[in-house]
Design a binder for this molecule. Structure first.
Ligand code: ADP
Ligand code: MG
Length: 277
């Protein structure tokens, strides 16, 4: 397991009366695409901030790529192995020139100067932003900004990339751009941890971790989690539209072979229904 956590508890108030995380067990395999799903305040951001030591581990165990997150001397290494893209693209830039912004991170990690231009270039190609080297980040679209922020992370060649609602502030096309790159990176072997409160974005994950009130409510394949009305209701989440339709049709006496998660699967199921009758 590349991320392994046991019985993690975290409280923001030092008295420890209210817990943002309670007895969280976590296990993520190398190369897995994991979506952490849950409504606002369920503890998603707190959990991933423990993974790259942006918040200290208070209780429990947590290792990331065999590094114990409590080892302060390993924090830099940890953050290099495990990069993070945040929600607001505007808060992630330190330079007013795209290439310099990406180079800055590399300089911080003391990457030899002569290697920097190639690494910057390779990272921009991965996010399909080559040609934008000299642009100012504030002249880019939201999706482009997030891809540049991601390039800054990728330049450090991380094994794990965390996206903390990185699509939440983007318009639909910007969101699609970022999601496409996430899947491309997954195919290239990266471990992806994507946080979202959009159920539609959880459909394609290898595994969903469903959170509610600081606890892991359930963990499993999208087909198992997203079609479970009771579980999703308990988490305060709506099920994807095709799932709702599946159950509505069932109530009306129309039984589909399996519960679809996407519009395409829904169409497929309905077509099979027609060919049966
Ligand atoms: P999510 O990312 O799922 O929206 P968070 O991890 O941000 O959830 O929040 C979990 C809980 O911790 C919430 O009750 C939230 O109000 C609380 N919380 C988050 N950040 C802070 C903070 N900096 N100080 C105090 N409480 C916080
Ligand atoms: Mg959050």
């Amino acid at each position: 397991m590349i991320v392994e956590g046991k019985q993690i508890c975290f409280s923001y108030d030092l008295g420890g009366t209210s817990f943002a995380l309670q007895n969280v067990d976590l296990s993520i395999a190398q190369g897995e695409f994991v979506t952490i799903l849950g409504c606002n305040g369920s503890g998603k951001s707190t959990l991933v901030k423990q993974i790259n030591a942006l918040l200290p581990l208070q209780q429990g165990e947590l290792t990331v790529a065999q590094i114990d997150v409590r080892n302060e001397q390993d924090v830099w290494l940890l953050r290099r192995i495990c990069g993070m893209v945040f929600q607001n693209p505007d808060n992630q830039f330190v330079s007013s020139v795209v290439a310099e912004d990406i180079a800055f991170g590399l300089e911080n990690y003391e990457v030899p100067r002569r290697e920097i231009p190639d690494r910057v270039q390779a990272a921009l190609e991965l996010v399909e932003m080559e040609g934008y080297e000299q642009r100012a980040p504030n002249t880019l679209s939201g999706g482009q900004k997030q891809r540049v922020a991601l390039a800054g992370v990728l330049a450090l060649e991380p094994e794990i990339i965390i996206f903390d609602e990185a699509t939440a502030m983007l318009d639909p096309s910007g969101r699609q751009e970022v999601i496409k790159i996430m899947h491309k990176l997954h195919k290239a072997g990266k471990t992806i941890i994507a946080i979202t409160h959009y159920v539609e974005e959880a459909v394609t994950a290898d595994k969903i971790i469903l959170m509610h009130q600081g606890r892991v409510l359930s963990c499993g394949k999208p087909q198992a989690i997203l079609t479970n009305l009771e579980l999703m209701g308990e988490a305060g989440m709506m099920v994807p539209m095709p799932v709702r339709l599946y159950y509505d049709l069932q109530q009306a006496g129309v039984h589909l072979n399996r519960c679809p998660l996407t519009d395409e699967e829904l169409v497929e199921e309905i077509c099979q229904l027609r060919s049966k009758t």
